[in-house]
Design a protein around this ligand. Sequence first.
Ligand code: ATP
Length: 552
Amino acid sequence: MPESEHSSPTSAYSDSDDETSPEQPAIPRYIAKYFLEETLGSGYSGSIFRAKHIHNGSVVALKVQRVDHECPTNRYERYLYPLLQGGKGMPTLYHSGVQGNWDYLAIDLLGPSLDGLFRKSGKDLMDLGSVCSIAMQVIARLETMHTRAVLHRDIQLGNCVIGLPPNDKVIYMIDFGFSKRYIDPLTNRHIPDSREKRDFIGNYWFSSVNVHCRGRVPSRRDDLEAAGLMFIHLLTPRGLTWTRNGVPKTSSAHDRLIGEKQTARPEDLCRGMPVEFEDFLRYTRKLRFEQCPDYAKWIQTFKDLAMENGYSGKEDFIWPPKPPVANAPKPFNTPLRAARPAVPREQMEGILNGLTNLNLGARPVLGDRTNVEEATKKAKDALIKSAEREKRAETEDAESVPPIGKSKAVLLADLSNKTSRAVDNAALAKYVQEFVKILQMNSSKTLTKEASRFLDVLYKQLDDPSVFIQPQKVTRTRSFGDDAFNERAPAHAKLGVVARLRFDVKNARTNKALAVLVADFAKVTNKCVGRSITKDGFIFLEGVAQRLTALH
Ligand SMILES: Nc1ncnc2c1ncn2[C@@H]1O[C@H](COP(=O)(O)OP(=O)(O)OP(=O)(O)O)[C@@H](O)[C@H]1O
């Protein structure tokens, strides 16, 4: 195999000025039985043409390369294609050979690459549904290749293409020029690992840290890590940071890129994304050299993630993307009004008693402080009594442990109702902790409609300092969903906001200050792709609970 530093999507950097290549012989119009039509693409080692068979009229993609090319990838590809034939998303090789100066491969004519489609869309980042479908398909393609003893070793967006109709929802892997068998056909054993410094095979953007930065031997884990970086790239506005300066032109630029890639922490790369992407990247990096990845588990994870966010969960890659279909978490600009009355029945009794005791008569109530104070005190006592009753009932439940068997949505709805009746910070702190536990019950950390409602209720409780003193106040408390509130929100949610919030929460001095942080958290989480609560998010929520206890 060619162990060179040449890679896609980049061409090799060179420290020398001697980049002039020898005079290129022109590619003929006919090669073997094919008439070369338009150029589909060119890579470092050759060009690809749409070509027509002169006898039967069949149309193929003809990959043409000079026989004396220093990186003769066609020569390797023709031995790998037979291993992959028939696998879903694996192109068929129809003919291959050498004619004159030209080495050619005739393969299935396919559609545009993911790179091309994404660039053409002009978007800053890709929608979550499309990335989940790419993840499901690319992981499945890697499983197919790996099951057939082949590593791809050059996973990148340009090497993932869609088929032509009717196969335009299927992602195909192409470019096996750097691919290699990792199971020795004679001994049936995995290729050996080695600590010897070796030339880098792969591409600058997505090749794994182990392979690219540490010169390790590629194995299955590295194909998956490259796929993971590709998914994260698609969900990062302007892409992974080390891709932003373009192809490194000098070895020092390449060294800088390596340094940046090597030191980037998964939690930073995946800030603001559904936690599944960070988990996947960490998983690939923890795999041992010879370990077989759990492909099925991760395909299922990305399917679940898609469905939780209102996408169909089918692996079909539909481009341009369709908006989420059903059960998508509602954005905050949909008013999240409580389903139950603002003042519960038990409290209403206390309120009415309080009002009765005001004994309004003909006296000017507003001027009479004693009446107001006494009524307020009575109302407060009634409310505290009712809360104590509720507290006693609750202590019979397992302390803060969400009951098993109820769905997350039901638990969250119950919790929101309890929170709306909370009368002190200690109760609120307890409910915030319970909220965290419920969200962590299973792998999905999405901010669902019910979870958003909890934050909305919490915000209202915190924002109105009178709420614990005057429960009878039923004026509409400002909600995240209110236009006026949204107008004051920053136009663009910043992905680093949650990281800041987890520090700011420690310094919040009042409930009102906490309310502002909760609102920011809810808004930014809601705006982020996937609406998933990240690790920073959970640390923030724990911080809210701690502050509430301290402010008690
Ligand atoms: N079967 C195909 N059908 C249609 N287009 C194709 C096909 N194979 C490749 N292409 C187009 O040609 C481009 C280059 O293909 P490929 O990556 O196989 O060539 P390469 O010479 O190995 O490139 P590189 O040196 O960049 O890896 C692809 O990005 C794609 O746009």
